[in-house]
Design a protein around this ligand. Structure first.
Ligand code: GRF
Length: 195
């Protein structure tokens, strides 16, 4: 694995399925002066993911994986992670659940961003549920991925107030901006504590 005290950078693969705003923010972070990371592989299960634009724009190698057969899809993913010497995986709106074989292979080296204050509101439709439950706050969490959904160790979290007039859409929009700021910070924290 790449060492921080060496000259090599930590190689990161980002997995996406959709818009890719978190991918964009991680790419910007990787382009900063003295950055310790290089994003060298972007993986999408969705060939129409808007986020692939950022891969093309930044000339980052990307791979589209057909998930019709999950076992074959994951074999392809593992092969390409190895081929690209990937040290760390960032899930950024990746709508597929990784199976144990990938999680075990990259134990402690897979991050995910989730739009809630974990351990509260694991799973989908977080904004809808927090509004329905009349929560006063919500937030986002960057956590390590283990074999239980949205249950690994939380690395960083940011809390926001739910406004009176907030609906699912306004809340998601506001929180996404916070997510985009939090993800690079959490990645930095993990890198400095583990590598
Ligand atoms: C984010 O809200 C993230 O928390 C969730 O999926 C969304 C992805 O957004 N897991 P983007 O594709 O990074 O813009």
């Amino acid at each position: 694995m790449a060492k921080l005290n060496g000259k090599k950078k930590i190689k990161v693969s980002v997995f996406i399925s959709g818009k890719g705003t978190n991918l964009k923010s991680l790419i910007n972070f990787s382009k900063k002066k003295n950055s310790k990371i290089k994003i060298n592989l972007i993986i999408s299960n969705n060939k129409n993911a808007k986020g692939l634009y950022f891969a093309r724009k930044n000339k980052i190698n990307f791979l589209i994986v057909n998930y019709k057969n999950k076992k074959i899809a994951e074999q392809k993913i593992l092969f390409n992670l190895k081929k690209n010497n990937v040290d760390l995986i960032c899930l950024a709106g990746f709508m597929k659940i990784l199976s144990k074989r990938i999680i075990d292979k990259y134990k402690g080296r897979i991050l995910n961003i989730h739009p809630s204050l974990l351990p509260k509101y694991k799973g989908l439709n977080t904004h809808k549920r927090v509004i329905k439950n009349k929560e006063k706050f919500t937030g986002c969490s960057v956590h390590l991925v283990n074999s239980k959904l949205d249950s690994g160790k939380v690395i960083s979290q940011k809390k926001i107030i739910i406004l009176k007039n907030d609906n699912e859409k306004t809340l998601a929009k506001r929180l996404l901006k916070i997510e985009n700021q939090l993800y690079p910070k959490a990645l930095k924290k993990l890198i400095y504590s583990n590598f």
